[in-house]
Every structure is written in structure tokens, then in C-alpha cells.
Write a protein of this length. Structure first.
Lengths: 303, 387
């Protein structure tokens, strides 16, 4: 039984990374109807930004703020940096091609993904980098008889806090209502006096910024980062988005967590080799049963 | 009318033949063109870059010593991006460049499509990091060779070492579903079978992880619960580093043995030295543990040009592939594919590479590739393990 809970925590940790990345996908899709393929690479870039900050100023940060302070600063740095990168990306790669239709947008997104991935490789090299052990806080302790690390607990806390915050902003505030209105119908939202540009700016700052934080936490937790890590996480997070219902904020969170749990439990109890087969089989079953995902709205065809 | 056409055709054919003959003659004084197909980009870019450097060093050494057939050699690099799809494109490119022979590539699943293309075009290719059996055993190629060993040799070495030297009773084997890792794992399992039948040991875990992922906690928790005496992972270093770290965090303490792609400097960086020290690996000897005359020169020049010797054994086999090709050209006294291939199969007397004498079996495998058990020391060096 203890092993079961251990696997549960393992799954939740992977799942929270998927969920944070999936949130960015889902927010952007909701408003822009664009699958932002470069999102996974922004996540990787966040990881590298945090890494660079910690490497460059590790002694200074550690002396003044301690290990946890260093982690917080790295996350803030990646949050801001990737937020800016997201806004810049929208300005450079998406806004100019928006009138040309969705196909051009998707191609532009793929282009951004390749650009970012190779940019990371050109700057930081093709070899994997590692967050040095000295800057990663890690104490092992036993929580209700389960072996966990302090980092694991902090990651779960931060992830859930962020997810709750996003949920609150989107569902409970006036600005959230503006976001939802823009997602529903862009031109009508404009007629109602919503500044769509501000909404898009916000979405492209916050979505990637969440990915940036997830990137730093991922680097801290697994220590190894590589220039192509965005691809794997992007794909899994995209799957989570589809599973939960694309464009739906709670759906992205639930999809991410569920994906992580399924992976972990299947690999732990059945077979690691067949894990992805199983997970994607479940995805297909869910999509047959609910084509718009678990929490996706049923869309009625307009006649 | 018909006669005129056929005469014209014959004339044209003659001209083409004459011209192509000319082209070949004028090329005879220039350098002999050889291609290196390697993963310059992609997942194994690090290995590919070192292979390129190794071949560069070998080329310089050979050319300094007067080249071959009184001609210099020149190496062109084609990038296979660490994946089978780009490998086919890279191979087509090498073929269209009309090189004399090809070195490459790293990784069995990447090499396979290229091997087929070279074989079809009757072009000699020499793999340097592809160890799957089927490349030679199943295909019985005429123009494909390899300077590295085969999976079954490594699997056999592991089985014998684990049971006889270490006395392990419960053995766990893990791979990553890639052609290479699965090959070694299967061969290790096969080699363990006689011991299992004799009741000397048991395979308690046999499963795969997905390469490219970072979280293997589910797999290592499952592994830990089987209480193995020794754990053999046959995949690549990125996953290996993550696996060992996560396994130690989950409380698994048994010795870790990596396959020959599992441990390098990046493994130590990812796992952290506290976890990496004491990890073992089955591997062809590193260039630092080779004591041939050429290896001396190779090490010196490599250090001079790039600072340090290659940290993995594979790039050196790329250099060996070049030595094999050049040696065969010399023994065959020809740059025709068929002559080179025949020389490689039958007449490799006096051909020495960085790792020693190079000879091939009838299906193109290298004869007598030695393996050793390496250990990571506390200061991140690799030494031959003393049990």
C-alpha cells in the first residue's frame, strides 16, 4: 500500500509539470484558436534561464537568500523572462500572420519552435546541462510514512497555488470574464468594449511565464536539462490539454494531473515499455466517448 | 531513318563513355574523397561532434604520413541528425557526392537505413557505433563493416561478470526500447539463461523506460521492490544519469552497471558525483587505456587540437574506420568499391588502427573487440574495475 501512495506522489509530481505547461497551451488556444507549438520550447528556455542565473550568481544568491531564496529568484527571473519572450513571440511571429488564417499560424508556431530549440542549442550547446547540486535544496523526510523530498513538496505546493490562481483570475474576475468573452467570440467581445489586444498580451505573457516557472522547477527536480526537452513536455502537455478539453482551464489542470498519474501507475504496476501505448489508448477512448475532452464544452453546430 | 537514329545513339553513348572516362582520369591526382556520416545535430550531437574531431585527427595523421596510393585523403561530413529519417537523406547525399567509402554511423537504428542505401549503391561503409546484431547477422552485407563490437559480446560479458565475478543472484535488466539498448538487454538476458537454468541466478526485472523523459520514479520504485543484487541499464547516458539519481532517492542501493552508452562525463554531471561514483559499465576500452603506437600519436594530436581526449570510446572507432578504409585501399591498390570490400574481407594484413589491428569476419564484423568493466571514481575518472 505504501508503494501505491509513493507511485501516486510520483504521478502527481509529473502531472503538475504537465498541467502547468498544459495551462499555457489551453489559454492561448482558447483566445487565439492557435496551437502554440513553441510553448514547450519556451518551457525549456525557462529552464535554461533559471540555470544561467543560478550558475552566474550562485554564491551571491546563496549567501544573501539561501537555497530557497535562490530558487525563488530563479523562478521569478524565468517567469519575467519567458513572459517577455511570449509577448515578443506573439508580436513577431503571430500577429503579422493572424489575418492569413489558422494554417499560417500553425506553420509560424512550428517555425518558432524550431527557432527556439536551435537557438538554445546554439547558445548553451548540444550537451545536456545540469543544475549543480549545490544550488538545489533537498532534504529527505518522511511524510505519513512516505519518503518525500522537501523539493517535491514545494513543487507540488507552488504548482497547485499557481493553478488555483489562474483558475481564480479566469473564472472569478472581471478581467477573466473579458478573457472568456474573447475566447467565445472575438469580434463581439470587441463590440462590447473589450480591448482584445490587452487580453492577448496578457495571455501571451502569463501562459508562457507559467511554463517558465515549470521549467525552473523541472530543472531543479531532475537536475538535467537539454535543448530538446521542450519537445517531450510540449507533446505530453498538449495531450493533457486535449484529454481535459482544449481551451478549458480546469480541464488542462485535470488532464495534466491525470496523465501523470496514469503514466506513473501503469509504469509502476504493469510495464514501462507499454506505458505510452496505454496512455494514448486511454486518450483515444476518452475522445471517442467525449470528443471535446473530459471537461470540454459540447459544441452545437450552428445552422 | 531508324538506322540514323541508332547510329546517333551509339555516337552519343560513345561520347558519354569517353567523357566519363576522362573525368575519372583527371580526378586521380586529387585527394581521395571519403565521407563521414555522423550525428552532428540531434540527440547524440555530442558523440557526433567528437567523431568528427577524431576523424579529423586521423586524417591529419594519415596525410602527414604520406596519405595512400600517393594521394591525400579528404573527409566530407554528412549530418544524420541522430535519427533514421535524416540518416537516409544523409546516405543519399554521400552517394551523390560519389565518395570512395563512408564512415558511419553512430547508433544502430540510425545506421540501418543508411546501410541499405550504401549496400544498394555498392559503396563501402564502416559503422563505428552501431552494435545491433541484425546489421550484419541478418543482412549479411557485402559492403558494410563495423569497427565496434556486437551486442551479444557485451551481453555475454555482462552475464559472466555479474554471476561469476560479482556473485549476483537477483538480476535486473532495463533498456529504453531503442534498437541498440534493447539488443544489448536481450543478449544479456539470453546469456544469463544458462545460469538461470542452473539455478545460480534469477532475472527479477526486465522492462523498458521511454527515452527523452525525465521522470522515471515509477520505474525505479517498481525496480526497488524487486530487491535486485545488480542492475544493468543498457540505454543512453541522459536517462542513465536521471535513473541512477532517482533510484538512489527512492532507496535502491544495489550496484548500477551501465551498458557502453550509459556512462560518460554527462552521466556524472546529471547524476552528480555523489551518486555516480562506484557506478560500473561494460565497455570497449577507452582510448586512454589503449597502448598502441597510433593511439599515442592520436592522443597527442587530439589533445593539441581539442584540449582533451574523447570521453567516450565511440569516436575512436570512427577514426579506426578511416584507418580500416585507408588500409584496405592500400592493400587493394585501388579505390574501386569491390576491390576495397574484398580487401576488407580477406586481406587486412598490416592494417593498424588506434585500438590495434583491424580485421573483419565474412559478414563485416570486427574480430576480437575486447570489453572491460569500468568504474567511476570519486573524482569523476574512469578506471578498470577491480572486483
Amino acid at each position: 500500500m505504501a508503494t501505491f501512495f509513493e507511485q501516486l506522489i510520483n504521478g502527481l509530481t509529473i502531472g503538475s509539470f504537465y498541467a502547468l505547461v498544459a495551462l499555457g497551451y489551453s489559454m492561448v488556444f482558447g483566445v487565439m484558436k492557435l496551437i502554440n507549438f513553441a510553448h514547450g520550447d519556451l518551457f525549456a528556455l525557462g529552464s535554461y534561464l533559471g540555470y544561467t542565473l543560478l550558475i552566474a550568481s550562485s554564491s551571491w544568491v546563496t549567501v544573501h537568500f539561501g537555497l530557497w531564496g535562490g530558487m525563488a529568484i530563479a523562478m521569478l527571473f524565468a517567469f519575467t523572462g519567458i513572459g517577455l519572450a511570449g509577448v515578443l513571440m506573439e508580436r513577431v511571429a503571430y500577429r503579422p500572420v493572424y489575418p492569413a488564417g489558422r494554417l499560417s499560424l500553425v506553420v509560424s508556431a512550428l517555425g518558432m519552435s524550431i527557432f527556439l530549440q536551435n537557438g538554445i542549442m546554439a547558445i548553451w550547446g548540444s550537451r545536456p546541462q545540469a543544475y549543480p547540486a549545490a544550488v538545489v535544496p533537498s532534504t529527505r523526510f518522511s511524510l505519513l510514512g512516505l519518503p518525500v523530498t522537501s523539493l517535491q513538496v514545494v513543487i507540488l505546493l507552488i504548482s497547485f497555488t499557481l493553478m488555483l490562481a489562474i483558475w481564480f483570475i479566469v473564472e472569478k474576475t472581471t478581467f477573466g470574464a473579458a478573457i472568456r468573452a474573447t475566447a467565445l467570440d472575438r469580434s463581439t467581445a470587441t463590440l462590447m468594449g473589450i480591448d482584445v489586444r490587452v487580453v492577448i498580451f496578457f495571455i501571451f505573457a502569463l501562459g508562457p511565464a507559467l511554463g517558465g516557472i515549470a521549467g525552473v522547477m523541472n530543472g531543479m527536480y531532475y537536475r538535467a536539462i537539454s535543448f530538446n526537452m521542450g519537445w517531450t513536455y510540449g507533446l505530453k502537455a498538449f495531450t493533457a490539454t486535449i484529454l481535459g478539453g482544449i481551451g478549458n482551464i480546469p480541464g488542462a489542470m485535470i488532464g495534466g494531473l491525470l496523465l501523470g498519474l496514469m503514466e506513473s501507475l501503469f509504469a509502476g504496476y504493469v510495464s514501462g515499455a507499454w506505458k505510452d501505448v496505454f496512455v494514448f489508448f486511454i486518450l483515444i477512448v476518452v475522445l471517442i466517448w467525449r470528443p471535446t475532452g473530459l471537461l470540454g464544452e459540447k459544441t452545437a453546430e450552428k445552422v | 531513318m531508324r538506322k540514323t537514329v541508332s547510329v546517333l545513339l551509339v555516337c552519343m553513348l560513345a561520347t558519354v563513355l569517353f567523357l566519363s572516362g576522362c573525368a575519372k582520369k583527371t580526378g586521380d591526382t586529387g585527394p581521395i574523397q571519403i565521407a563521414l556520416q555522423a550525428p552532428i545535430t540531434g540527440d547524440y550531437a555530442y558523440e557526433g561532434q567528437m567523431a568528427k574531431q577524431s576523424v579529423e585527427v586521423a586524417t591529419e595523421l594519415i596525410n602527414k604520413a604520406g596519405g595512400v596510393l600517393e594521394r591525400q585523403i579528404a573527409v566530407t561530413v554528412v549530418d544524420d541528425g541522430s535519427n533514421p529519417k535524416d540518416s537516409a537523406i544523409a546516405a543519399q547525399k554521400a552517394v551523390s557526392l560519389k565518395v570512395v567509402a563512408v564512415i558511419g554511423s553512430y547508433g544502430s537504428s540510425v545506421t540501418e537505413p543508411a546501410e541499405d542505401i550504401y549496400e544498394k549503391n555498392k559503396m563501402v561503409s564502416v559503422g563505428y557505433g552501431c552494435t545491433a546484431l541484425r546489421l550484419t547477422v541478418d543482412k549479411k552485407p557485402n559492403y558494410f563493416f563495423r569497427t565496434c563490437g556486437r551486442d551479444d559480446a557485451q551481453g555475454l560479458f555482462f552475464a559472466k561478470y555479474a554471476v561469476e565475478t560479482m556473485g549476483a543472484k537477483l538480476i535486473a535488466i532495463m533498456h529504453d526500447n531503442s534498437t541498440f539498448a534493447k539488443g544489448v538487454a536481450e543478449e544479456a538476458k539470453k546469456a544469463l539463461q544458462p545460469y538461470v537454468d542452473a539455478g545460480k541466478c534469477k532475472i527479477v526485472y526486465y522492462d523498458a523506460v521511454t527515452p527523452g523523459e525525465k521522470d522515471f520514479s515509477a520505474a525505479v520504485t517498481k525496480l526497488r521492490n524487486t530487491n535486485p543484487d545488480v542492475w544493468y541499464y543498457t540505454g543512453y547516458y541522459t536517462e542513465a544519469g536521471l535513473l541512477v539519481r532517482q533510484a538512489r532517492d527512492a532507496g535502491l542501493t544495489c550496484p548500477f552497471i551501465g551498458g557502453n552508452a550509459a556512462i560518460n562525463d554527462d552521466f556524472i554531471k546529471i547524476a552528480g558525483i555523489d551518486v555516480a561514483k562506484g557506478c560500473l559499465m561494460t565497455q570497449e576500452p577507452l582510448v586512454t587505456d589503449v597502448t598502441t603506437a597510433i593511439s599515442e600519436q592520436f592522443r597527442t594530436l587530439y589533445k593539441e587540437k581539442f584540449g582533451d581526449v574523447p570521453s567516450s570510446p565511440w569516436p575512436v572507432y570512427a577514426a579506426d574506420a578511416l584507418y580500416a578504409i585507408v588500409g584496405a585501399i592500400k592493400n587493394a591498390n585501388s579505390i574501386e568499391s569491390d576491390a576495397i570490400a574484398t580487401a576488407m574481407h580477406t586481406n587486412m594484413t598490416g592494417v593498424e588502427g588506434v585500438t590495434g589491428a583491424i580485421k573483419f569476419t565474412a559478414i563485416g564484423d570486427r574480430e576480437d573487440v575486447p570489453y572491460k568493466m569500468y568504474e567511476v571514481t570519486a573524482d569523476g575518472k574512469y578506471v578498470v574495475h577491480q572486483p
